[in-house]
Design a protein around this ligand. Structure first.
Ligand code: GTP
Ligand code: MG
Length: 372
């Protein structure tokens, strides 16, 4: 239970704050617009308007972000979690080749049958430590996630082709990572090419604030050939090193929360969403709100296509069981019981629909003016 200010209550009742202040005055309560009202005062006013006080009036339960704030309960019992890494860089500099190279050399080892399907994120193990890679184009991950204020990446690998050097999208990637305060490791790629010139890459990146350790800076540069699979181990070791400095932690004992990596409608399975669990552990059967939709986790498939019953921090997992298709970058939160999840899910869906309608009306009016 949280209190409401006069202004917030007025908004919820669709009245002017001055009207609320007047009413409070009549009830013998002197109040200003920003004054916090206690439950009694809220109930008095609501009764006066013939409105029943529901939970929803007191807490804006529809904001999923509040569940991402660390509370004492979530901090106690935290343990180390794997880093979540994205790969960014200019067109054709080798992002996809690097992702494939890491996956092929690391994921398929010891996995009979290998990868049966592709879920937009995967996890590997290096020296007994896990690393999660988001298989979305880094730029998209940063822009959609950032537009929603969601932070999912702990670290970014900036791929720069040694034969091409710093290009516009290299700079764009640096800006994205800096804005999100995500550390950058530079992978100087295509080192197998005779025209490779890593010194030039280092020189050019210096101008953008990425100074190599050899040159007195603190940016890690890892020479690689994504095509030939060379330098990958060293690169992954550097990822683990940077992750260690970041002291990434999560509490596997709490209810899961995280972000949607991708989602689509599947003919046979319905709404299918790839989620990144950022804190807590997700279980089959959990009541869940995902963006503007909700449901119960029906089935979970991991990054190598296996059915799993639970997924801990930093684990990507594909789920079914949602009533609708969420969007990449949407937050998800598991709730104690299905009733709460449904209530919040439905209220969020309703709000989203209303926003859409407002949007549509606006567009129609604009069109009207265009025609005039
Ligand atoms: P976009 O997705 O279009 O932005 O490109 P990308 O960054 O994913 O590059 P991609 O991995 O598709 O590689 C582009 C081309 O460079 C392909 O022909 C790769 O085979 C080649 N390539 C990637 N890495 C290397 C490398 O280490 N050495 C050499 N010689 N070629 C490479
Ligand atoms: Mg690519």
């Amino acid at each position: 239970y949280e209190s409401l200010s006069v202004a917030e209550l007025a908004q919820k009742l669709h009245r002017e704050p001055s009207e609320i202040i007047k009413k409070l005055f009549m009830l013998g309560v002197m109040a200003t617009i920003n004054q916090e009202l206690d439950q009694d005062a809220i109930e008095l006013i609501c009764a006066d308007y013939g409105v029943e006080v529901e939970e929803e009036i007191r807490i804006d339960v529809t904001d999923l972000e509040i569940y991402f704030e660390e509370s004492e309960e979530t901090v106690e019992g935290q343990t180390e979690r794997p880093p979540v890494v994205t790969i960014m860089g200019h067109v054709d500099h080798g992002k996809t080749t690097l992702l494939d190279s890491i996956r092929n050399t690391k994921v398929t080892q010891g996995e009979a049958g290998g990868i049966t399907q592709h879920i937009g994120a995967y996890q590997i193990e290096e020296h007994g430590k896990k690393i999660t890679f988001l298989d979305t184009p880094g730029h998209a991950a940063f822009t959609t996630m950032r537009a929603r204020g969601a932070k999912v990446t702990d670290l970014t690998i900036l791929v720069v082709a040694a034969d091409d050097g710093v290009m516009p999208q290299t700079i764009e990637a640096i800006n994205h990572a800096k804005a999100a305060e995500v550390p950058i490791i530079v992978a100087v790629n295509k080192m197998d090419k005779p025209t490779a010139n890593p010194d030039r890459v280092m020189q050019e990146l210096t101008e953008h604030g990425l100074v190599a350790e050899d040159w007195g800076g603190d940016t890690i540069f890892a020479p690689i050939s994504a095509l030939k699979g060379e330098g990958i181990d060293h690169l992954l070791e550097m990822v683990l090193l940077v992750a260690e400095v970041g002291e990434l932690k999560a509490n596997p004992a709490i209810r899961a929360r995280g972000t949607v990596i991708e989602a689509q409608l599947d003919r046979g399975r319905g709404s299918v969403a790839t989620l990144l669990v950022q804190d807590g552990t997700l279980h089959v059967g959990d009541p869940i709100v995902v963006g503007n939709t909700y449901g119960r986790v029906r089935a979970m498939i991991n990054d190598i296509g296996r059915r799993v019953k639970e997924a801990g921090p930093s684990t990507p997992v594909e789920i079914t069981g949602l009533s609708d298709v969420p969007q990449a970058g949407d937050r998800f939160v598991v709730f104690e019981d299905e009733k709460t999840a449904r209530q919040i899910g439905e209220s969020r869906a309703g709000e989203a629909l209303q926003e859409q309608r407002v949007e549509k009306t606006r567009v129609t009016l604009d069109n009207l003016f265009d025609q005039m």
